[in-house]
Design a binder for this molecule. Structure first.
Ligand SMILES: NC(=O)c1ccc[n+]([C@@H]2O[C@H](COP(=O)([O-])OP(=O)(O)OC[C@H]3O[C@@H](n4cnc5c(N)ncnc54)[C@H](O)[C@@H]3O)[C@@H](O)[C@H]2O)c1
Length: 335
């Protein structure tokens, strides 16, 4: 049994309390939030857990083996650094950190201290995304041409980070996983309508070798809630729609074949409008799977699927995209 603490019990941290609280392999040993009001309700729900408003109480408590950091993004680096140095395994919510230099520093400290460093890229633990990856690896979609992703809704409007840093970590992590490649460059445009210099809407392009590309549209200023990833391959196409209650992944036997230049237009280009199928997926809550993976890695000293290195790759893309945003969409080389 491993003793875990959750730091940051806001909108999302509450889900972590539930996940750790329900785990049979971990004890919800302590919780911390600098806002004392946020401690009142959970302390009634979890009477055996210690509650504090001071992070130092968690850091210096030797009985705590691992920490989940679900505080606001600018605080992640400092809390994680102190936690790892004091011998704790750490899971940091997205966005991992705000600078790749910080990501590198945490990776090095975790290595020296032999601690687990994991990043909360939730979709990597989603059974639908894992299934999509296996379908791509089995070659069923053919050669992947491009991926297009949408993460839009109304709110939550953040003040510490723009829509890029708030939403895109999920999509970038998924795209890198599905493409199995690093982009050599990015460009992004966006606009701040509500708060000064905090973009509410961002359109991001990732450029890969061999004409592959990906696009992410993120916004907290949109009438629809959309969580969708479309993968277009040379043989088939796939749509992962996390808003669907069931059949979240669909495979479209659709495509276009080109037969050569010397035929008439109709003969040269053939559209294939085949069947749509929904592969069977054993659903399990992604956060529960992520939580179990962290516990497993902490107990058995395994390297997480979303370790610090994976987190660094995502931060590199975010940094490049932020630079491009400032330069009104200029191409930023990541090589
Ligand atoms: N994985 C996901 O799908 C997902 C979804 C939503 C949010 N998140 C991430 O989770 C984190 C928290 O988001 P949220 O929506 O819960 O934000 P929130 O503002 O609702 O909650 C953050 C909490 O952290 C507390 N806090 C801030 N600094 C602290 C410190 N130094 N010590 C102790 N407590 C501190 C605040 O008082 C607040 O209660 C963010 O990094 C966010 O991006 C992840």
């Amino acid at each position: 049994m491993i003793n875990l603490a959750v730091i940051g019990i806001g909108n999302w941290g509450k889900n972590w309390l539930r996940s750790v609280g329900e785990s049979k392999k971990a004890r919800l040993y302590a919780c911390c939030d600098s806002d004392k009001n946020r401690l009142i309700l959970p302390s009634k729900k979890y009477p055996k857990t210690t509650f504090t408003h001071d992070v130092k109480d968690i850091i210096k408590n030797e009985k705590i083996n691992g920490i989940i950091i679900a505080t606001s993004a600018p605080t992640h680096f400092k809390i994680a650094k102190e936690a790892i140095k004091s011998g704790k395994h750490v899971l940091i919510e997205k966005p991992f950190v705000l600078k790749s230099a910080h990501a590198k520093e945490l990776i090095a400290i975790a290595k020296t201290n032999k601690r687990v460093l994991m990043v909360g890229h939730l979709l990597r633990y989603h059974p639908g995304i894992i299934k999509l990856k296996s379908i791509i690896e089995n070659g069923k979609l053919g050669n992947i041409y491009y991926i297009s992703s949408q993460r839009v809704n109304l709110g939550k409007i953040r003040k510490d980070e723009n829509a890029l840093w708030s939403f895109a970590p999920h999509d970038i992590s998924t795209i890198l996983y599905l493409m199995n490649k690093r982009p050599f460059g990015v460009n992004a445009i966006g606009s701040a309508y509500i708060q000064r210099k905090i973009e509410d809407v961002v359109f991001l392009n990732l450029h890969f070798r061999n004409r592959k590309m990906a696009h992410v549209h993120m916004s907290w200023l949109d009438p629809h809630k959309i969580r969708q990833t479309v993968v277009v391959g040379s043989k088939k196409m796939a749509v992962f729609d996390d808003m669907e209650p069931t059949d979240k992944l669909k495979i479209y036997d659709k495509g276009v074949s080109y037969n050569g230049r010397f035929l008439s237009y109709q003969e040269a280009i053939r559209l294939r409008e085949g069947k749509v199928s929904a592969p069977s997926i054993k659903m399990e809550e992604p956060l529960k799977r992520e939580c179990n993976h962290f516990i497993d890695c902490g107990t058995k000293r395994k390297i997480p699927n979303t370790d610090g290195k994976e987190g660094l790759e995502v931060v590199r893309v975010l940094e490049g995209a932020q630079k491009s945003l400032k330069q009104k969409g200029a191409f930023v080389n990541l090589d």
